[in-house]
Design a protein around this ligand. Structure first.
Ligand SMILES: *Cc1c(COP(=O)(O)O)cnc(C)c1O
Length: 389
């Protein structure tokens, strides 16, 4: 009986390798930007969530330094005990103002904001209707809640309506949840039709604004603003770690929702408050977004330029209305090979493969700080993959 109970790990790793699903980490040097230095090689970065280029911005860096010098490196405790600072309150006020909601609450990450919120607002007597392409944090939040979960086909409002007609009356509360911008595809949720169903069937609606905040909408408030739904009864979740260039997550909504979460969201109650540095950096980012639309305008000009170039060269893409633009490949191996060849040409554009997505692809994400020559270089790289239709 000399068996090793950990043998299965190496066997599982072998399987992952054989399916071309294996992933590992690589060290990036220096401050984030449109050009990254990866193990000594300079590459144009098409894989950043730092849409507005704020993560390397001097104003955020200085805000973090000042807050650290004044308040220290750690919050030292949970917000309900010794970890609450007026800086947290200022950030929550700024998020609520940006989102045009009554209140907001910051979590240690967007992932934890979703887990905590979903598990707090629904339970075993309830139903969750979740888009098939939703982010992992929404899916795992649904599992943690103990609610009955039905996944509806991506963006299919007609299917969602059928499910509601069939199942809604069997449950106490129902939560419809969706990414605003779908993170691996770049398309948007049909927010108005989803809200119409939510109203008709007495459902709550949660929208994940991780890739929308700072990017979409007249004032950069996100996908909800883009669709003119800021006045609707919604639960908005998002992250401080993408366009806001910091670390942390948030929920924005009614004052009673936020008050309830402070009392019931375990991933907020039983964890340490955000660091002064992260909090101050995110606050500085929101100020910049509200005072100066220029980075957002530049980002959208880049999106239009790249879309035009792709169309001109007949390079196929998935439908997108965001800085996330994906190019389909027939399998994980070819996508991986294309990504490696792009890297040899000075372009960092990762292959996204199963199990993250069902169809393998190269995923491009654009930043305000990309220049025309970067986009042209990307197109040249893609053309040498023989991608042109
Ligand atoms: C990145 C992301 C999150 C998680 O945010 P973190 O702050 O990085 O934990 C949640 N939802 C979506 C759609 C995301 O893309």
């Amino acid at each position: 009986m000399a068996m090793n109970p950990y043998d299965w790990i190496e066997q599982s790793l072998d399987t992952i390798h054989r399916a071309s699903w294996y992933r590992s980490v690589k060290s990036i040097q220096g401050r984030p930007g449109a050009i990254l230095c990866l193990e000594g090689q300079e590459l144009v970065n098409f894989a950043s969530n730092d849409y507005l280029g704020l993560a390397g911005d001097e104003r955020l860096v200085q805000a973090a330094i000042t807050a650290t010098a004044e308040l220290g490196t750690g919050a030292t405790g949970s917000r309900l005990l010794t970890g609450h600072r007026s800086l947290h309150q200022a950030l929550e006020g700024a998020i609520a103002q940006l989102k045009q909601t009554e209140a907001a609450l910051v979590f240690s990450s967007g992932y934890l904001a979703n887990l905590g919120t979903i598990a707090a607002i629904v339970g075993q007597q309830d139903l969750i209707l979740s888009d098939q392409f939703n982010h992992s944090s929404l899916k795992n939040g649904a599992k943690l809640s103990g609610a009955f979960v039905i996944e509806y086909p991506h963006n299919r409002v007609d299917h969602l309506g059928q499910i509601l007609r069939q199942h809604r009356q069997n449950y106490r509360r129902t939560l419809i949840m969706t990414d605003g911008v779908f993170s691996m595809d770049g398309d948007l949720c049909p927010l108005r039709p989803l809200l119409n169903l939510a109203i008709e069937f007495d459902c709550m609606t949660l929208v994940d604004e991780a890739h929308g905040t700072g990017v979409l909408g007249q004032t950069g408030a996100g996908c909800v603003e883009h669709f003119g739904c800021s006045d609707q009864p919604l639960i908005q979740v998002g992250t401080l770690s993408k366009a806001l260039g910091s670390l942390g997550g948030y929920v924005a909504g009614s004052a009673s929702l936020i008050d309830f979460l402070r009392n019931r969201a375990s991933s907020w109650i039983y964890t340490t408050g955000l660091t002064p540095a992260d909090t101050a950096a995110a606050l500085a980012a929101i100020k910049i977004i509200q005072e100066n639309p220029q980075p957002r305008v530049q980002l959208w000009q880049n999106i239009e330029q790249l879309q035009e170039l792709l169309k001109h060269h007949q390079i196929p893409t998935f439908p997108s209305s965001s800085p996330i633009i994906c190019i389909p490949f027939k399998d994980a191996k070819t996508a991986l090979k294309a990504s490696q060849q792009l890297q040899e040409q000075g372009i960092f554009a990762p292959a996204i493969r199963p199990p993250t997505v069902s169809t393998s692809r190269i995923r491009i994400s654009l930043m305000a700080t990309h220049q025309r020559i970067h986009l042209e270089k990307l197109i040249q790289g893609l053309l040498t993959q023989g991608l042109s239709g």
